[in-house]
Design a protein around this ligand. Structure first.
Ligand code: PEP
Ligand code: MG
Length: 731
């Protein structure tokens, strides 16, 4: 039985075969041009690969729901898009490129069409499709999280938060990464989802795919080919269950402690409420929009925040404005070119460049708050100076939110807490970032994970400084970093003077259990002992000697310890199998007008039949007022006479993947070839989704449709104009 050791970051055990997330696809090396007779066969091979990838994505779409389904269907459309196929065809037949190279160069050509436009972020989608087709041609495993019908342990070099957020928790019974740190957002998400997880596990990439492993997300062990003893350990971990929390935490001598929950959306909020949380101490709003290319509208944001507030009617909800950047890039506010993103324009700093996004968010929060009785507080991430705190509070107050606060995640903010707190109503210590910035140790990097320990005395000293400033200013100071989920450390934080603790709901039972066995005086003694220690290890021992540890208290991992687990079929996890995040998977399915047609077209390799669509009255009116509805005749450059017609884009996200997919499939089924232009580009073939996206047309932009005059021309223009005028994102 070989054993691998990593850092346990999400408690629970699991037993299942491993499946590996494949490494990124590399650009194929250039090769000599193919001879004439090989070219036709190579083109056929490439075309078939595109269709296989399209069908595969559609199969996955059929198993998904809501937003994820729509995204997969749109991506399937990209794989068989006429512009992409035409470029691949030309690269193979005309230039003699082998299939993989042809796909790579064709996709890169399309990606450059998007660069510099509003669609820049779509480049990633095109590259994703490219990687899939190249993998198919080269016989490599598909990139991304593997899809499998039976439970498995996912092994990866590292995992982006967006991948973790959309994990199918009914299949993934455990997560092991070679890289990553204990407070990386993937680790945080794994805890929120209740998936046992281990990071910084050296050598795990060498385990053969399919090998059955036992993993323990508390001890960090991965053991291959487990025998009956480990099966028993797994069964008893499952039977032990999560220590429950019944609300109302007090110390042994009766001091009330506010236990709040960290959530990323409505699912987590409901779970936290049902688990007895006093309120929400950190609502990570960026988790609602991780997969978004464009800024969410105010209305969309209200829809995301309101149910979270409603889950806590009459109680406190601390909502954090978007913390984009570093390992949580949001394309609509983050730059992808910074050499050191954790030290760059992240969190509140993104509003320097684009204040509108923050202003919209504050408006949405205020509006949602006004519809509930929840006591809504708002805070900004990554504040470093008093001037920033003051500017943020002004904006929040102007939006109508009375309680504005800041996170203390940068050493400068802890040291300057006195000046900062003069401008705001409260502060919350984000220990995950405070540790990474104090210790100069990237929280995602396994090689520095031992430095990334919230028990570091230097970090505790900063918490103490911030807390003493808050006490002097009579302002509440909570902790919402992962440190609050460590039962013993939670006692130390109370001893340092923090006024509330916020954590994943799964940790509330273990934390409140430990607190209820300690007096406030013991907590203070533990804090003093930890501050005086010379290392995190000594700090733990010193604190423990002041407080009798609970049986389930702080384990080897500063963040994984203490939370027991409940059974699932193959994994012993805390709580239900739904998590805070997969908004995309869990959102109510939205209607997409031409979905069945799209599906059929990809599956059968033929164009979809045209669909008639009734434009919304408002759009109809706008079109009628702005432009004559009747098609016009025009002759362009001496070509055949063309009929033209214009329409305002009705989809709230503009001509993006979903709407472009629906329009292009409908156009492909028309007898007449329609071309479309916008003020920024074109005309392009309306039957190519990628070409439509390259027009960069936003909501209510005017686009111009043209078709050669002849039978069916007027009807074709009318059909497409009506479709374009509708809000295909929300129909
Ligand atoms: C923190 O830094 O401790 C925190 C709570 O914020 P996040 O983990 O989202 O960066
Ligand atoms: Mg942070």
């Amino acid at each position: 039985m070989s054993t691998f050791q990593g850092l346990g970051v999400s408690p629970g055990t699991g037993i299942a075969p491993i499946l590996r997330m494949s490494d990124p696809v590399r650009e194929p090396e250039s090769a000599p041009a193919l001879s004439g007779e090989l070219r036709v066969r190579e083109w056929q091979r490439a075309e078939e690969a595109c269709h296989r990838v399209g069908r595969n994505l559609l199969d996955r779409a059929a198993r998904a729901t809501g937003e994820a389904r729509a995204v997969l269907e749109a991506t399937a459309g990209m794989a068989v898009d006429s512009t992409l196929l035409a470029r691949i065809r030309a690269a193979v037949l005309e230039n003699g490129q082998p299939g993989p190279q042809a796909v790579w160069s064709a996709a890169d050509g399309i990606a450059t069409m998007f660069l510099g436009s509003d669609m820049g972020a779509r480049v990633r989608d095109v590259q994703d499709v490219r990687d899939r087709i190249v993998s198919e041609l080269l016989g490599l495993p598909m990139p991304g999280v593997p899809v499998h019908d039976t439970p498995f342990v996912l092994v990866a070099r590292d995992l982006a938060p967006a991948d973790t957020a959309t994990l199918d928790t009914s299949r993934v019974v455990g997560l092991v990464t070679q890289e990553g740190g204990p407070t990386s957002h993937s680790a945080i998400l794994a805890r929120a989802l209740g998936v046992p997880a281990i990071v910084a596990c050296d050598g795990v990439s060498n385990i053969l795919e399919g090998t059955v492993v036992f993993l323990d997300g508390t001890t960090g062990e991965v053991i291959c080919n487990p025998g009956s003893e480990l099966q028993d350990r797994h069964a008893s971990a499952a039977a032990a269950g999560t220590p429950s929390f019944s609300g109302g935490c007090t110390t042994a001598d009766g001091h009330r402690v506010e236990i709040l929950a960290n959530v990323g959306g409505v699912d987590g909020a409901v779970e936290a409420r049902d688990a007895g949380a006093d309120g929400i101490g950190l609502f990570r709003t960026e988790f609602c929009f991780l997969d978004r290319e464009e800024a969410p509208s105010v209305a969309e944001q209200i829809a995301a925040y309101l149910p979270v507030f409603r889950a806590f009617e009459g109680r406190k909800v601390v909502i954090r404005t978007l913390d984009a950047g570093a390992d949580k890039p949001l394309p609509f506010v983050s730059s992808s070119t910074e050499p050191n993103p954790a030290l760059g324009v992240r969190g509140y700093r993104t509003s320097w460049r684009d204040p509108g996004v923050l202003e919209d968010q504050l408006e949405a929060i205020a509006e949602a708050a006004s519809k509930t009785s929840a006591d809504v507080w708002v805070m900004a991430p990554m504040i470093a100076t008093a001037a920033e705190a003051s500017a943020f509070a002004r904006l929040a107050n102007r939006a109508g939110i009375a309680k504005a606060g800041v996170m203390i995640e940068v050493p400068a903010a802890a040291l300057a807490a006195r000046a900062i707190l003069e401008h705001v109503s409260f502060a919350s210590v984000g220990t995950n970032d405070l540790v990474q910035y104090t210790m100069a140790a990237d929280r995602q990097l396994s090689s520095v994970s031992t430095l990334n320990d919230p028990w570091q005395p230097a970090v505790l000293r900063l918490v103490e400084i911030a807390s003493s400033h808050a006490r002097d200013g009579r302002k509440p100071l909570g902790v919402c970093g992962e440190a609050a989920a460590d039962p013993l450390l939670a006692c130390v934080l109370l001893g340092l003077g923090v006024t509330s603790l916020s954590m994943t709901w799964r940790a509330m039972g273990a934390v409140s259990g430990q607190i209820s066995r300690a007096t406030l005086a013991q907590c203070r003694a533990a804090a003093g002992a930890a501050l005086a220690a010379a290392s995190p290890e000594q700090a733990r021992v010193a604190a423990r000697s002041e407080i009798q540890p609970a049986a389930s208290a702080s384990g080897p991992s500063p963040v994984g310890g203490g939370v027991g687990d409940r059974d699932a079929v193959h994994s012993a996890r805390g709580g239900k199998e739904s998590g805070v995040l997969p908004q995309a998977e869990k959102a109510a399915p939205k209607k997409a007008a031409a979905k069945p047609a799209v599906k059929k077209a990809v599956a059968e390799k033929k164009p979809a039949a045209p669909k008639k669509a009734a434009a919304k009255p408002a759009v109809k009116k706008a079109v009628a007022e702005k432009k004559p509805a009747a098609p016009k005749k025009a002759a362009v450059n001496g070509d055949d006479a063309l009929q033209t017609r214009s329409v305002l884009v009705g989809s709230s996200n503009g001509l993006h993947a979903r709407s472009a997919s629906i329009i292009s499939q409908t156009a492909a089924g028309l007898k007449v070839r329609v071309r479309i232009a916008s003020a920024r580009g074109g005309p392009v073939d309306a039957s190519s989704m990628l070409a439509l996206m390259s027009l960069g047309a936003s909501y209510q932009d005017e686009v111009f449709l043209t078709a050669p005059e002849g039978p069916g021309c007027g009807e074709a223009l009318e059909t497409l104009a009506e479709l374009i005028g509708r809000d295909l994102d929300h129909d």
